[in-house]
Design a protein around this ligand. Structure first.
Ligand SMILES: *[C@@H]1O[C@H](CO)[C@@H](O)[C@H](O)[C@H]1NC(C)=O
Ligand SMILES: *[C@@H]1O[C@H](CO)[C@@H](O)[C@H](O)[C@H]1NC(C)=O
Length: 672
C-alpha cells in the first residue's frame, strides 16, 4: 500500500475528535486525487465516509460541507492534473471515469446513506462546474440515479438514523438544479417538503422560529433624551449577524424555489396544508416577537426622530433586510400553494380551499409590517398570492366572516396608538374592502363600517394618508354592495357630510373627487339609495356648488404621495368644480340637462386663467371621452351645439332665452 495512504489511514483511525479528524481532510483530498490504484481509492473513500468523528452529532451543515468539498475538490484536481503536462509525474494514472467508479465504490455498507449523498453530490457538482465534456452520458446518468436513490433512502431512514436532514438539504439544494428533469422527478418530494420548511423557518441553522427578533428588545437603550440605540456590539445584533451568515439563509431564494418546486410536485396534498400551517405558525411567532421589540413602537416615518445614527444606518437595516428576504421566501412558497390550489381538484375542494386561503391571508397579515415597509405588496408574486386568496375565500360566506372576525381591530371606533396596530387596521381595511359583496349586511354595518369610521373622521390626522384612503374605500364598497341597500340609505347622508368636511384636509383632492364620484354614481337610479332618497344626487351637487362659491382660489399644497410632475396644482374651488364635472356622467338625463348650464356658469367663477383652462379641459373631456352612455352623450351634444353650451363654456356668454326655446329642434352634429 502507498506509504502516505497508510499513514493517513492510521492518523484517521486514531483521531477520535472531530477537530483532529477534520484537519486531515486537505491531505485526504490531495491523496484521493492522485492515487492510481482503484482499490486504494475505494479504501480511502470508505474510511472517510465511515469515520464517525468526521460526522459529529448533532449534524450540522458545516462539517457536511467539508466532506462534500473533499470529493468535489479531488475530482477537480484530477481533471486539472490531466490537462497540465507539468503534473505528469504526480498525477493519477487512472482515467477520470475509472477514478470516479473507484470512489463511488467506497460508498458502501459501512457508512449510512445520507453520507453517500455528500460524495455523489460533490462529484456531480464538480463535473458541472468544469463542464467536463468527456463524461459519458451513461455514467452521468448512473451518478444522478445513485444520488437520487441515496437521497430518498436517507429521507426514508432519517428517523431510524440521526437527524441528517440538514445535510441532505444542503446536497439537494446544490445538486437539484443540475439533475435531469427525469431524475428531479424521482425525488421523494413528499419527504423533502416538510424538511425544507422545518430547516428554513425553525431549525437551528435556519430562522429559529424568529424568537431572536423579540430578544433584541433587551439591548435597546436610550442614548439621549429622545433617541434610542440598538448597538452593533450587542449580543442580539451579533446573533443576527451570525444568523445572516448561515448558509441556508444566505441563499434563501434558491431554497424557497426548491420548496416551491416540492409543493408543485408532492403527491399527498395534506402536506401542502400542513406546510402552509407551519409557515403560518412561524409568521405568527415572528409578529409577536416583533411586537415585543421596542423598535416596532416607532412609526416608520418617525424613525429619524427617535433612533440614533447607528441604529438607523447599520443595525436596523441589517435586521430589516433579513426580514424582507424571509417574507419573500414565504411569498414564493405561497405562490406555489395557491397556484396549485387553482388547478388541483383536491386542494380546490370546499373542505380545503377556504382554509388554505384563510391561512394565507393570516400569513400576509402577520408579515404585513415587512411587506408594507418595502413595498413588496406591489410585487407580482405578492399580488397573485393576495388576490387569489381573497378571490377563493370570498366564495365562502361563513369562512369570510370568520376571517374578518378574527382579524378585526381590537377596539372598534378608535385609532390605536401602536403603529403595529394601525398597520393591522390598514391590512384589515384593505382586505375587508373585497369582502363587502360576500359578508352579511349586518357585518358590513357592525364590523366593517365601524372599523372604518374612526379613519374617515374629518378631524383625522392627514398623516394617516394611506389608511384613511383605505377606510374611504371600505365605506364606498359597503355602500355599493347590493345587499346593503338599507345600510347604504342609512349612512349616505352621514358619509357625504363627512366627505365635504374632509376636503381639503385630511382628504387629498384625488381622494375626495374619487369618493364623490363614487357616491353620486351609487345614488343613480335605480339603486336602493335612489329609491329611498331620489334627491340625493341633486343634493350632493348643490352642496358642492355652495361650497365652491365660498371656496378659496389659493393653490392647495401638492400631494406628497404623488410625484410632482403628475399633478397640476389647483385650488380648492377648482377641485370642487372638477368634482361636479366628474359626476355628470352618472346623472339621469333631466338632471344632466339642468346641470350642464350650471356647470358652465360655475366655470366662469374660476378667476385664475390657468386653473379655469384646466377645468374647461376637464369638462370637455367629460363630455366627449365616452364615459357617457348614448342618451347622455346625445344630451351633451345637443347642449354643446344647439343650446349655447359651447359659447357658455368658451366665452362665458349666457345663451339667449330664445335659443333655449329652440332646443326642441335638434340638429345632430357629432363633432364631440
Ligand atoms: C443552494 O444552491 C445554490 C446553487 O444552486 C447556492 O447558490 C446556494 O448557496 C445553496 N444554498 C445552500 C443553503 O447551500
Ligand atoms: C390585496 O389585493 C387587493 C386587491 O388587489 C388590494 O386592494 C389589497 O390592498 C391587497 N392587500 C394587501 C395587504 O396588500
Amino acid at each position: 500500500m502507498d506509504r502516505s495512504l497508510a499513514t493517513l489511514l492510521r492518523s484517521l483511525q486514531t483521531s477520535e475528535y472531530t477537530e483532529d479528524a477534520l484537519r486531515l481532510l486537505p491531505t485526504a483530498t490531495n491523496l484521493l486525487s492522485r492515487l492510481s490504484n482503484p482499490l486504494n481509492i475505494t479504501l480511502l473513500t470508505s474510511h472517510l465516509l465511515s469515520h464517525d468523528a468526521l460526522f459529529p452529532q448533532p449534524i450540522e451543515i458545516s462539517p457536511s460541507r467539508q466532506i462534500f468539498s473533499v470529493f468535489y475538490t479531488a475530482l477537480l484536481r484530477l481533471i486539472e492534473d490531466k490537462q497540465d503536462p507539468a503534473r505528469e509525474r504526480l498525477r493519477s494514472h487512472l482515467s477520470v471515469e475509472d477514478w470516479v467508479k473507484a470512489v463511488v465504490k467506497g460508498a458502501d455498507e459501512r457508512s449510512p446513506r445520507w453520507r453517500h449523498t455528500l460524495l455523489l453530490g460533490g462529484i456531480l457538482l464538480a463535473f458541472q462546474s468544469r463542464q467536463f465534456e468527456e463524461l459519458r452520458p451513461d455514467l452521468r446518468n448512473k451518478l444522478e440515479a445513485a444520488l437520487v436513490t441515496a437521497t430518498n433512502l436517507a429521507l426514508q431512514q432519517k428517523d431510524a438514523e440521526v437527524n441528517c436532514e440538514l445535510s441532505v438539504i444542503f446536497v439537494v439544494n446544490h445538486t437539484f438544479p443540475i439533475l435531469s428533469d427525469f431524475h428531479q422527478s424521482q425525488l421523494q418530494y413528499d419527504l423533502l417538503l416538510p424538511l425544507l420548511i422545518d430547516a428554513t423557518y425553525f431549525s437551528k441553522e435556519g430562522l429559529e422560529h424568529g424568537y431572536w427578533v423579540g430578544a433584541i428588545d433587551n439591548d435597546i437603550r436610550q442614548s439621549s433624551p429622545q433617541k434610542f440605540n440598538w448597538p452593533s456590539a450587542s449580543i442580539s445584533f451579533k446573533k443576527l449577524a451570525e444568523i445572516k451568515k448561515r448558509s441556508l439563509l444566505t441563499a434563501l431564494g434558491s431554497l424557497s424555489r426548491l420548496t416551491a418546486h416540492c409543493i408543485d410536485n408532492v403527491h399527498d396534498r395534506m402536506l401542502i396544508v400542513h406546510c402552509t400551517n407551519r409557515i403560518g405558525d412561524f409568521a405568527r411567532t415572528l409578529a409577536t416577537a416583533w411586537r415585543q421589540n421596542k423598535l416596532s413602537e416607532i412609526d416608520t416615518r418617525e424613525e429619524a426622530l427617535y433612533l440614533d445614527q447607528e441604529t438607523i444606518s447599520a443595525t436596523l437595516p441589517a435586521l430589516l433586510q433579513l426580514l424582507r428576504d424571509t417574507m419573500f421566501a414565504a411569498v414564493i412558497t405561497l405562490r406555489s400553494v395557491l397556484g396549485r390550489l387553482l388547478c388541483d381538484p383536491i386542494l380546490g375542494a370546499d373542505n380545503i380551499a377556504p382554509g388554505l386561503a384563510m391561512q394565507t391571508l393570516h400569513i400576509l397579515r402577520d408579515t404585513y409590517f415587512i411587506a408594507h415597509r418595502f413595498g413588496l405588496v406591489s410585487s407580482s408574486q405578492y399580488t397573485f398570492v393576495n388576490f387569489t386568496a381573497i378571490d377563493v375565500l370570498s366564495r365562502y360566506q361563513p369562512q369570510s366572516e370568520n376571517l374578518l372576525e378574527t382579524i378585526r381591530p381590537a377596539e372598534l371606533g378608535r385609532i390605536p396608538a401602536h403603529p403595529l396596530d394601525r398597520m393591522r387596521d390598514l391590512f384589515f381595511l384593505n382586505t375587508a374592502e373585497h369582502f363587502t359583496l360576500t359578508v352579511s349586511s349586518r357585518m358590513s354595518q357592525e364590523l366593517l363600517f365601524n372599523a372604518a369610521a374612526p379613519y374617515v373622521d374629518p378631524r383625522g390626522d392627514p398623516r394617516l394618508g394611506e389608511i384613511l384612503e383605505a377606510a374611504h374605500s371600505v365605506m364606498l364598497a359597503i355602500l355599493a354592495a347590493p345587499q346593503n341597500g338599507e345600510v347604504a340609505t342609512k349612512n349616505v347622508p352621514f358619509y357625504v357630510e363627512t366627505l365635504l368636511q374632509s376636503f381639503p384636509m385630511p382628504l387629498t383632492a384625488r381622494q375626495f373627487r374619487l369618493a364623490i364620484k363614487s357616491i353620486v354614481r351609487l345614488a343613480a337610479p335605480p339603486s336602493p339609495i335612489a329609491v329611498s332618497m331620489p334627491l340625493m344626487q341633486a343634493i350632493i351637487l348643490d352642496l358642492l356648488r355652495e361650497r365652491m362659491e365660498q371656496a378659496s382660489e389659493d393653490l392647495l399644497p401638492p400631494n406628497p404621495d404623488l410625484s410632482l410632475e403628475s399633478q397640476q396644482p389647483l385650488s380648492e374651488r377648482a377641485n370642487l368644480l372638477l368634482a361636479i364635472i366628474d359626476c355628470l356622467s352618472s346623472l339621469p338625463v333631466p338632471l344632466l340637462e339642468e346641470w350642464l348650464p350650471l356647470t358652465a356658469e360655475l366655470l366662469q367663477k374660476v378667476k385664475n386663467p390657468s386653473q379655469k383652462q384646466q377645468c374647461q379641459q376637464c369638462l370637455w373631456a367629460a363630455l366627449s371621452d365616452g364615459e357617457m352612455d348614448v342618451d347622455r352623450a346625445a344630451t351633451c351634444v345637443a347642449w354643446w351645439t344647439s343650446r349655447g353650451g359651447r359659447e357658455h363654456v368658451m366665452l362665458g356668454e349666457q345663451p339667449e332665452e330664445q335659443d333655449y326655446m329652440m332646443s326642441g329642434a335638434l340638429r345632430f352634429d357629432n363633432k364631440l
